[in-house]
Design a protein around this ligand. Structure first.
Ligand SMILES: NC(=O)c1ccc[n+]([C@@H]2O[C@H](COP(=O)([O-])OP(=O)(O)OC[C@H]3O[C@@H](n4cnc5c(N)ncnc54)[C@H](O)[C@@H]3O)[C@@H](O)[C@H]2O)c1
Length: 349
């Protein structure tokens, strides 16, 4: 399946089982006769690096590989700086290409390095987690974390190509697969009631189709609002609370799990205010449970709101929160920051 994304620089997302071991013809136009700098992590490298480098070499390109320790702790300015220096030591020029092989951490970091190295060189995303496949590899958001908060330094910088092989998801630990399910459920909640119904019936045999559907939803939203001035904010459903949960936990709670909690907290709270129908809350909580995700956290409203201080989605004294207004329907609600503690407290209960 091919999903074409009409961004400021258009690109294709190719989703196909077995693609990784047969990707040479697809990736060749981006790397032939050039240097391909593959960035990956120490979990993914032993599983898939050799297969990818074999395909790249078959394209007639020079391959250089950079491995980072896995996990969010690598998405820092320090790792980013070391990666930039390594790219320059490898002699990469503007015509060369960075390839991100891994989950959202590798994709965000390598994407930001590609966005800024020599003021921008091409990069290809090869997502190997469900979260990266349905979300972070598409849309062109790249970033690293600062000590003051998540994703605070970054750039909007679309990839040249996304290669998604759903077979790579087979080696994911259940917990990491569940992280991606939080984003899949998010797509259903924001705009796709039939997807929610499909998820309730189970994912068996539907994985590639579901990934394609999520990517198409993101493509549609991003192509109408690439730089998140309006509709793209819907994709942040649950993320303001999620980032606070991640920060409170010192990043021991993963992003996807935190997104599940964030959606549940907000949805319960909006229902109490009469803004969200109970069937939305019920469907969300059922799906989170079905796919092994939490709907509560051990932090109180004061701690979470303190952690939200540096949220980049904040605009002066207001923040845009997302309200489910029906199954598969959401609206953006501009909310005074002063109301956040009450909203969060109501959703935790
Ligand atoms: N740019 C965006 O639009 C966007 C959107 C959502 C999330 N994100 C970011 O994505 C990051 C989270 O991404 P993630 O959940 O993919 O985490 P991750 O990249 O840390 O991957 C999770 C774990 O799975 C391992 N792994 C990856 N692929 C594997 C495979 N096929 N088999 C076995 N193990 C594998 C990794 O080594 C890691 O330990 C966060 O930093 C978040 O901020 C970015």
């Amino acid at each position: 399946m091919n999903v074409h994304v009409n961004a400021s620089r258009p690109y294709d997302v190719v989703i196909r089982e077995g693609l990784l071991e047969a990707c040479a013809p697809v990736i060749s136009p981006y790397v032939q006769g050039r240097t391909a700098a593959v960035v990956t992590d120490d979990n993914v490298a032993p599983l898939y690096l050799q297969t990818l480098t074999g395909q790249l070499k078959a394209c007639g390109c020079r391959v250089a590989c950079y491995e980072i320790p896995n996990g969010e702790a690598s998405k820092t300015l320090e790792t980013y700086g070391r990666l930039l220096v390594w790219l320059s030591q490898q002699g990469l020029t503007r015509g060369d290409c960075v390839i991100a092989l891994g989950g959202g951490v590798v994709g965000d970091l390598a994407g930001f390095a590609a966005a800024t190295y020599l003021r921008g060189i091409a990069y290809v995303q090869v997502p190997t987690t469900l979260l990266a496949a349905v979300d972070s590899s598409v849309g062109g958001k790249t970033a690293v974390d600062l000590t003051t908060g998540k994703n605070l330094a970054g750039a909007f910088y679309p990839p040249a190509l996304v290669l998604c092989d759903p077979l790579t998801l087979r080696t994911l630990p259940a917990q990491v697969f569940a992280d991606g399910m939080a984003e899949v459920i998010k797509y259903g909640m924001i705009c796709d009631a039939p997807l929610l119904a499909l998820l309730e019936r189970g994912m068996q045999g539907q994985q590639s189709a579901i990934i394609g559907r999520c990517v198409a939803i993101k493509r549609d939203i991003v192509s109408r609002d690439e730089r998140e001035t309006g509709e793209r904010k819907l994709l942040n459903f649950g993320h303001t609370v999620a980032h606070a949960v991640e920060k409170c936990s010192n990043y021991t709670v993963s992003h996807g799990r935190a997104v599940g909690i964030g959606m549940a907290v907000l949805t319960r709270s909006w229902e109490k205010r009469g803004l969200c129908p109970p069937e939305c809350t019920d469907a969300l909580l059922r799906l989170l449970g079905q796919y092994g995700l939490d709907d509560t956290c051990r932090y109180d409203a004061a701690a979470l709101c303190a952690a939200m201080g540096a949220d980049k989605k904040r605009d002066g004294d207001s923040i845009d929160l997302i309200v489910p207004t029906g199954l598969g329907k959401t609206a953006i609600c501009r909310t005074p920051v002063a109301q956040l503690p009450g909203i969060v407290a109501a959703g935790l209960a």
